[in-house]
Design a protein around this ligand. Structure first.
Ligand SMILES: C[S@@+](CC[C@H](N)C(=O)[O-])C[C@H]1O[C@@H](n2cnc3c(N)ncnc32)[C@H](O)[C@@H]1O
Length: 225
């Protein structure tokens, strides 16, 4: 069982390495409608709402969010498993970007401390996330926040059972030949349990709605130290 989880985590990382150029292009061309219409502004607004200046962008990808926050005067550190995505991110030098998998970060959490905000923007895709939440709690200042934007569990369950489990993203709605990616679906209750069981206090949640469809575009969960 554990072996299977490990394999899926490796596949997640491999897919982002293989998809790095298509992903950078899609993000920078604003090709993903839900991001363009709703979720980009929603995560920026949520992060700014909680104040503070030191931000850690976990699974930062090609760095758009880090860069947006740096432009608003924040001191941002970002890390991601994909060296190609970090290479693309580094074109902005007001942010400190590092190549690290979450496991590498857990083994050596040396990217700074006393963060005001830890942010994940659609970058929590694994089954086992509690050790990461615990490690991040230690490098957050008292009163600091954990802000997670993810797919809204009620908008994606469709015909599938409303229960935790692995799913596959094929990126079918985007142009190009993408490597499919496994990702772990969580119910709302499961998300809250993960946050609380790692020692964070659950603070609040936001459900940004797509004005065109009337459906939730994402879920933003907020924990507090
Ligand atoms: C959907 S992308 C989001 C990227 C970025 N946060 C954004 O908003 O554009 C998911 C990101 O999570 C990163 N990621 C997923 N699992 C990871 C892991 N175990 N270690 C480090 N990065 C990981 C991927 O490399 C990828 O860049």
């Amino acid at each position: 069982m554990f072996q299977m989880v490990e394999d899926r985590d490796k596949r997640i990382i491999k897919s982002w390495s293989e998809n790095s150029e298509l992903w950078t292009e899609a993000v920078r061309a604003n090709a993903i409608a839900s991001r363009r219409l709703v979720t980009n502004d929603a995560i920026i607004k949520a992060v700014l709402e909680y104040g503070g200046s030191r931000i850690l962008d976990v699974g930062c990808g090609e760095g758009w969010l880090s860069n947006e926050l740096a432009q608003r005067g924040k001191q941002v550190t970002g890390f991601d498993a994909s060296s190609d995505l970090i290479h693309n991110a580094k074109k902005n030098n007001s942010v400190s970007f590092y190549v690290r998998t979450y496991d590498q970060f857990l083994a050596q959490p040396d990217l700074g401390k006393d963060f005001d905000i830890i942010v994940f923007n659609f970058s929590l895709l694994s089954e086992q996330i509690k050790p990461l939440f615990e490690a991040l709690l230690k490098i957050t200042r008292p009163g600091g926040h954990l802000v997670i934007q993810t797919v809204h569990p009620w908008s994606t369950s469709g015909a599938q059972r409303y229960e935790d489990g692995w799913r596959e993203e094929t990126f079918a709605s985007l142009a190009g030949e993408w490597s499919p990616m496994p990702w772990y679906f969580r119910t709302l209750g499961s998300w809250l349990n993960e946050i609380k069981s790692a020692g964070w206090r659950f603070h609040e949640l936001h459900e940004p709605v797509n004005a065109e469809t009337g459906q939730p575009a994402s879920l933003i969960l907020v924990g507090k130290k």
